[in-house]
Ligand binder design. Structure first.
Ligand code: NOJ
Length: 531
């Protein structure tokens, strides 16, 4: 157990992700910006969140909507200015909310001055900032690595005759972290944002920075069935040589020394499923916490979900940032069955996550219990969708935050937004749900408030309890029991001795006290405390 005196600021807190392009548009150009976010920190404070992660707002050509950075220490004009960043930090800090900046160290934009110099001067100092390989003997790609976003992970530079590596788009060349100058550059980038008031970093593809020194082929696990689905092709390989190399974790020990004087948090996006491999990233002074992404990517499979949550939690009881939604996958409400059923399943899972310790993060709109936005095929904007025939892409979860039922759902003053989607009805908006005490918004707010007021929920030893079915997860702490019934029928769960009172329920329930056992309705999570 972490003592209150020694606990870092983020212990027991709730994070919130704002997708920079879609949260709020302050200048009416149809693209979200920092001024828009600053204008809505009141919503986040009302909701009770403690830390705001904003997706990249740096200068970028926008091929991957900001994750292709051409200047790490300036704000892209579509998102505002450095002054806007300062204003946003002041506004957030003014209501007690920390600001987490999204740093992208695995790759830059192909229009970053470093890459332009690497191309124009193959013998100059910037060439080695990136990963270059000669063609394979006999010609062709240097090895069998594939890009997350479709096609090979190598693109030919016709001038030098060498290939450069990119685990994402060809417009996102991977940096060479074996070059010490790259590490020095990022030290300075981190200091720049900390000096400007950032409270830490979310680290993009934190498990990808180092690659195998010998660039060996990845083992093929199975032949992909859908040759047009980049995700499935990527999953067809064991990523033994392009991801999760041992040296990568050392980068975060170095970064932790940089952010520690600022009390900065490091939250890694670690797309590795193995609970043991995950643990390395939060061990011995490396990352503070990391996203466990399996629940963001899976369809409704409650047994698998609970099994994985338990395995990861048992090894890392306090160091995971639990998420069921983010800007890279279909919203859980849609993925888990859609409509009311999907919304109840999603909230039951998140209620359990809120009881696991660590630092859960909500994704913008999750607090409204909404599913994916509907976008006409001609308006799709995600390169995963536009560059791969038949791939769904990630636009559905990136439609604008619905604030009210006005123009562009109150996101902007123009209806001509960067990702045009169908307007949502009033009951799916912040304004509509604030007015309804029985709404998802009020229930999420109640969960956040209950968690904050109940340290017993995230401190002390946690024991997973025996339950009547693998679709029921139950966790006991000294002063709290959480039960998530992800089955489709009511279950009866035995309780530890004593009288228990209902602290929180993910849906309205009749009972307020229980002893011996409790009946939990389908797709519902409850939190009990000693009466
Ligand atoms: C993970 C980010 O969450 C995603 O949006 C992005 O496309 C890739 N990393 C590449 O930066």
């Amino acid at each position: 157990m972490t003592s209150a005196a020694a606990a870092p600021w983020w212990h027991g807190t709730m994070g919130y992700e704002a997708y920079a392009r879609s949260f709020a548009d302050g200048d009416g150009d149809g693209i979200g910006d920092l001024a828009g976010i600053a204008a809505h920190v009141g919503h986040l404070a009302w909701l009770g969140v403690d830390a705001l992660w904003i997706t990249p707002f740096f200068r970028s050509p926008g091929f991957d909507h900001g994750y292709d950075v051409s200047d790490y220490t300036d704000v892209d004009p579509i998102h505002g200015t450095l002054d806007d960043f300062d204003t946003l930090v002041a506004a957030a800090h003014g209501v007690g909310i920390k600001v987490i900046v999204d740093v992208v160290p695995n790759h830059t934009s192909s229009l970053h001055p470093w890459f332009l110099a690497a191309l124009s001067d193959p013998h100059g100092p910037y060439r080695d900032y990136y990963i270059w390989r000669d063609p394979a003997p006999g010609g062709g790609h240097p090895n069998n690595w594939v890009s997350h976003f479709g096609g090979p992970a190598w693109t030919l530079d016709p001038v030098s005759g060498q290939y450069y590596c990119h685990l994402f788009l060809p417009e996102q060349p991977d940096l060479n972290w074996r070059n010490p100058s790259v590490a020095d550059e990022f030290d300075a980038i981190l200091r720049f944002w900390c000096d400007r008031g950032a409270d830490g970093f979310r680290i993009d593809v934190a498990h990808a920075l180092y690659k195998d020194e010998q660039f060996r082929d990845n083992p093929l696990i199975r032949e992909p069935e859908q040759l047009t689905d980049p995700g499935e092709i990527f999953q067809s390989f064991e990523h033994r040589y392009d991801l999760d190399q041992d040296e990568t974790v050392d980068v975060y020990r170095r970064w932790k020394r940089i952010v520690a004087p600022y009390q900065g948090i490091l939250v890694g996006e670690v797309g590795t499923s193995d609970p043991v491999r995950i643990s390395r990233y939060v061990a011995d002074g490396a990352l503070d916490t990391l996203f466990y992404l399996k629940p963001v990517w899976m369809t409704w499979q409650p047994l698998v979900l609970l099994d994985r949550l338990r395995a990861v939690h048992e090894l890392n009881p306090e160091r995971i940032s639990w998420v069921v939604d983010n800007h890279d996958s279909s919203r859980s409400v849609s993925r888990f069955g859609g409509g009311e059923v999907g919304a109840h399943r999603s909230m039951a899972v998140f209620t359990l996550m809120a009881s696991l310790g660590g630092m859960p993060f909500l994704y913008q709109g999750q607090e409204l219990g909404i599913g994916d936005g509907i976008i006409a095929p001609e308006h799709l904007a995600d390169p995963v969708a536009t560059r791969n025939v038949g791939a769904a892409g990630r636009d559905g979860c990136r439609t604008v935050m619905p604030w009210n039922d006005g123009i562009a759902n109150g996101f902007s003053t123009t209806s001509d937004c960067w990702l045009p989607a169908e307007d949502r009805p009033l009951e799916e908006t912040v304004a509509g749900q604030i007015a309804d005490p029985a709404s998802w918004l009020h229930r999420y707010r109640a969960l956040v408030a209950y968690r904050k007021a109940t340290p017993a929920l995230w401190t002390g030893e946690a024991t997973w309890m025996d339950t009547p079915s693998g679709a029921v997860g139950a966790l006991r702490r000294h002063g709290a029991v959480t039960i998530a019934n992800l089955a489709d029928e009511t279950v009866t769960v035995e309780l530890p001795p004593g009288l228990w009172s209902l602290g929180f329920a993910s849906r309205a329930l009749g009972e307020t006290e229980a002893t011996g056992s409790i009946q939990v309705p389908a797709q519902t999570a409850v939190i009990l405390e000693p009466a």
